[in-house]
Write a protein that binds this ligand. Structure first.
Ligand SMILES: [Zn+2]
Length: 254
């Protein structure tokens, strides 16, 4: 039996509603000022949809974008969906209260990560554009799940074409600086250059402590940064290209 929706789709792009009961009130009652992009990380769209609607799973998202570009809405944008979990961006917790969560169907790293079909990306781009326009969401507030929970999450991963969002006026992106050999920082290093790198990460929004030691947190933040902004090599080393790319981003921040 189909669940009857008692609310309307927030976007004209929505094909159908598949209401999930997994939502509550946004803390403070404010509207969203972030977009968080995910991949589903499950074998197929049907199992992902079932899980996002299962009260026992206690997870949800506002939208699900299938591989053929079909857009389903599960939770009204006015409500707080449960997609980001323990997360932080620009020093603020409770990302769920402040964001719209978009799940993009892809098996993910666990079940065979693959490129996102162009039909699917076309819908994601239009949906993001629509949300950003309606809620006036700033470019550096359009993030990956891995950006806000780097130690726990890798989605939507290094195949996600952030440059295509940027070309459509969504998010923030710069051309990654070319890779060449040279000095780099990695897990276990310590000293002022590490603190400087941590300061850059934290200043952009990453949940990185500034303690001068390239610890696990710094490693995972560096990985997350590369997955989003320097996808050619995602290894957690702050090489010259990675550092220069973040410099470029900070200098062009919207
Ligand atoms: Zn996710």
């Amino acid at each position: 039996m189909a669940t009857e929706a008692v609310w309307q789709a927030d976007s004209a792009l929505v094909s159908r509603l598949e209401p999930s009961a997994n939502h509550n009130e946004r803390a403070g009652g404010a509207g969203p000022d972030m977009l968080v992009l995910h991949y589903t990380g499950m074998r197929d769209a049907a199992s992902a949809l079932a899980r996002l609607r299962d009260p026992a799973a206690e997870v949800s998202a506002h939208y699900l974008v299938d591989e053929d570009g079909t857009l389903v809405q599960l939770v009204p944008e006015a409500r707080r969906a449960w997609h980001a979990g323990l997360s932080r961006w620009k020093g603020r917790d409770d990302v769920n209260s402040r964001s719209i969560g978009i799940e993009i169907v892809n098996p993910g790293h666990e079940h065979g990560y693959r490129a996102f079909p162009s039909e699917q990306i076309a819908t994601v781009v239009q949906l993001c554009r629509d949300c950003v326009d309606r809620w006036s969401i700033a470019g550096d507030q359009v993030v990956a799940h891995s950006d806000v929970a780097p130690a726990r999450k890798e989605d939507p991963g290094e195949f996600f074409p952030w440059n295509q969002l940027w070309a459509a006026g969504v998010g923030h992106f710069v051309a990654p600086v070319e890779m060449r050999s040279g000095r780099f920082l990695l897990r276990g290093d310590a000293g002022p250059p590490v603190a400087a790198w941590q300061e850059m990460l934290a200043s952009y929004g990453y949940p990185c402590d500034i303690n001068g030691t390239f610890d696990d947190t710094t490693h995972f933040c560096t990985l997350a940064f590369q997955r989003h902004f320097r996808q050619a090599k995602v290894d957690g080393c702050a090489d010259a290209s990675t550092v220069a790319t973040l410099h470029r981003l900070l200098a062009t921040r919207p």
